[in-house]
Design a protein around this ligand. Structure first.
Ligand code: NAD
Length: 333
């Protein structure tokens, strides 16, 4: 059998980096494309090209000769970032997605997988912390997360219409809070699990960390190894409608803090910033379609995943000499 050639856009980012490694391990020839290299580890890609996909000519270059496209490139971050950058996010991601799918059509690729988000689900279904898990059909009538969510929903529709009108074989996956090692953990683009791991790693035993909101807001979290396996299984399936990919164990941010503190072996209290961005009040994934379609669902427990993530973030901070600085600062107070 001839070796399949695949491109991963956003391969310099968190999920793209893990996915590239996964696909290389499975025998694919992989081209990584991004505007930057992976921050923490060299990419496993056979070829890595720095290309800005906001330019159409670059998208055409990025996808040349490819059988499958995994479209992960996006301007994105945690809730603070997406609430404060709606204009740039809509502009940049619309250009990236429009160009990537059009290049896929021109090159007549076999399959195209687009990475959407749970942020496309309507705000009116997520006002309660004990939210009913969100199933795929809940997306409409639409009331997506302002900016980032609307752009994702628009790109989902583009996939559908490129399938209907041009015969492009598309897959659309809606991620629910993916976390794990080698992800951004500071600087404003990090998500809640990474931010909490960093804050607890830097905190002295018995001290407190700041938490955005009252901490009763709820989410579900999926470990990155499960995420890349789910992406791959979906690509090989025949399912072209949007599908959730996440865990369906819902916990509050306060519970997340307690789990990480236990992993760290520290006693940590919380100080709540009620003015900080918090996103929706509650969100969970309904995995009925995922189980039925892929005959599979994420398996790594939150505790296992957080332990690996915490260890990696702590080791990064230790290597940078930041743990010593934090404890000296605390001793001086
Ligand atoms: P990430 O920010 O780590 O990776 C995205 C990558 O896209 C980055 O490396 C970035 O440099 C690259 N990129 C940005 N602009 C580009 C451009 N103009 N041209 C080429 N590359 C560009 O994010 P991630 O967590 O790995 O997310 C991957 C995909 O999954 C994104 O589409 C994201 O919206 C989606 N998603 C992620 C989560 C999550 O929890 N991590 C949740 C929902 C959806």
């Amino acid at each position: 059998m001839t070796q399949k050639k695949v491109v991963v856009t956003g391969a310099g980012g968190f999920i793209g980096h893990h996915l590239t490694k996964y696909l290389v391990d499975r025998g694919y020839w992989v081209r990584g494309v991004d505007i930057k290299h992976s921050e923490y580890e060299t990419s496993a890609a056979h070829e890595f090209e720095i290309l800005d996909l906001r330019r159409f000519d670059n998208a055409v270059i990025a996808l040349r000769g490819m059988d499958h496209v995994y479209a992960l490139a996006a301007d994105m971050g945690g809730i603070g970032f997406i609430e404060q950058n709606k204009g740039p996010i809509m502009r940049n991601n619309t250009l990236i997605n429009l160009h990537t799918i059009e290049a896929a059509r021109i090159h007549k690729v076999e399959r195209f997988l687009y990475t959407s988000s749970a942020c496309i689900y309507p705000g009116y279904l997520q006002r309660d912390e004990n939210v009913t898990p969100l199933k795929e059909s809940d997306a409409y009538p639409a009331d997506a997360e302002d900016g980032y969510g609307w752009e994702k929903l628009y790109a989902e529709r583009m996939c559908r219409h490129y399938t209907e009108d041009f015969g492009l074989d598309t897959r659309v996956v809606r991620f629910h809070n993916i976390f794990g090692p080698l992800g951004t953990f500071e600087g404003g683009r990090e998500k809640s699990p990474a931010a909490i791991c960093r804050k607890i790693a830097l905190a002295v035993n018995g001290s407190s960390i700041e938490v955005w909101g009252d901490g009763h807001q709820t989410r579900s979290y999926c470990y990155v190894d499960d995420c890349v396996e789910g992406i791959y299984r979906l690509m090989l399936s025949n399912h072209s409608d949007p599908i959730n990919l996440g865990q369906d164990r819902m916990i509050s941010i306060n519970e997340l803090v307690s789990i990480v503190a236990r992993i760290a072996g520290k006693k940590i209290s919380t100080v709540h910033d009620l003015n900080a961005p918090q996103g929706v009040r509650g969100r969970n994934s309904d995995n009925t379609m995922l189980r039925r379609t892929l005959n599979w669902e994420p398996a790594v427990s939150l505790e296992q995943g957080l332990a690996r993530t915490y260890d990696w973030i702590e080791s990064q901070l230790r290597a940078a000499g930041r743990l010593e600085t934090a404890s000296l600062a605390a001793a001086a107070v």
